[in-house]
Ligand binder design. Sequence first.
Ligand code: HSE
Length: 430
Amino acid sequence: MNDPLRVAIAGLGTVGVGVIKILEKHKDLIAERAGREIIISSVSARRKNQERGVDLSSYRWVDNAADLAGLADVDIVIELIGGEDGIAYELCQNSLKNYKSLVTANKALLAHHGAELANLAQDSNVALRFEAAVAGGIPIIKAIGEGLAANELNLVYGIINGTTNYMLSQMEATGKSYDQILEETDALGYLEADPALDLDGIDAAHKLAILSSVAFGTKTDFDNIYIEGIRHIKTIDINYAKELGFRIKLLGISKYENGTLSQRVHPVMIDRNLAIAGVMDGFNAIVVDGDFIDRTFYQGRGAGEGPTASAVVADLIDIARGHKGPAFFIPADKLTVAKPISINQRHGAYYIRLNVSDLDLAITEITTVLNDAGICPDVMLQKASQDDDSFHVIMTIYEIQEMAIKDAVYRINELSSVIETPLSIRIESL
Ligand code: HSE
């Protein structure tokens, strides 16, 4: 058998500990599959003396994670620190420069510096792998980059943030308010250290940037992603969506066409009968469309110790087998810069909910605004609010330009009968 592959782990949180557990439990199985043993040489974390449920005594402890990049007896650095800059970035750059392969779960880092790191890996002729960065246990990077490599891809979309999917599912299942569910989700420890990453769609956007690059061979372009989170979604909208045959999901959607790239993360209403609409709780799901395979659909656990660590170890095995092809599946210097398409160019359907005081006046005022704008709603429902003596007016409008609906909603918000900022959700027929 070949020499053992020696790894160093930076970051011993949930995922780092999970990696140790898998490498210990499946030592023989992994050696057989990888063709060589994978052994842990060194570990590093912020706090040494912390109970983690694993015995670290046989591994070299390194106080400063940055030092792992310089160790002669390390072949692969596993970066599980997180964060788009700082020590994680420094460690990743230096590891690659020092001819060490790199495995990382750091979605923020890749979304911002993916192309640069891919170039460093290429220059040093080492591997850069990040299966764990997107959708945890679903091997979506490998599926796109290898399994679908024969296809031209134009569309990738999915539920790529488990926490918000859990929250939306719980709002529907329990009828509880957003704030109540947020509190419960927090108590379960599901939220990122900075909850805005989940709630404002940023985490999903990080993952979407990576998926786009892998699928379309474009440089990661986080800055041009339109991002909207779920904070404004109310349980009542989830109920109205159901009545209209929809379900609300936070989706990341990426479309590539002739060198242009549209990337967006926002809540959508989708047909309740779609497979992806049935993906509930903390699960992730991704749909990839290819010219020779049509649609493919992947579902699984997108977070947590086991699924994420499983993805990290799969990357280690891949490298142990000698695979060190380009990180984004085409040479790093061939990654292209796509022309970003703004959300303002979207043409599609919308759900609008208004909260109004005087229903008759509101209908007259709203109809005037819509007529002036040449907008004709396909559905217009009127409901008494359950909370007070106000009313809800719910409209769906098909085939409308993004700017036209924004303009109309702005005008409607100015009306005397409208007492709350209108809620708009895009309806997608994916
Ligand atoms: N906060 C992330 C999520 C963790 O909820 O999907 C996994 O990346």
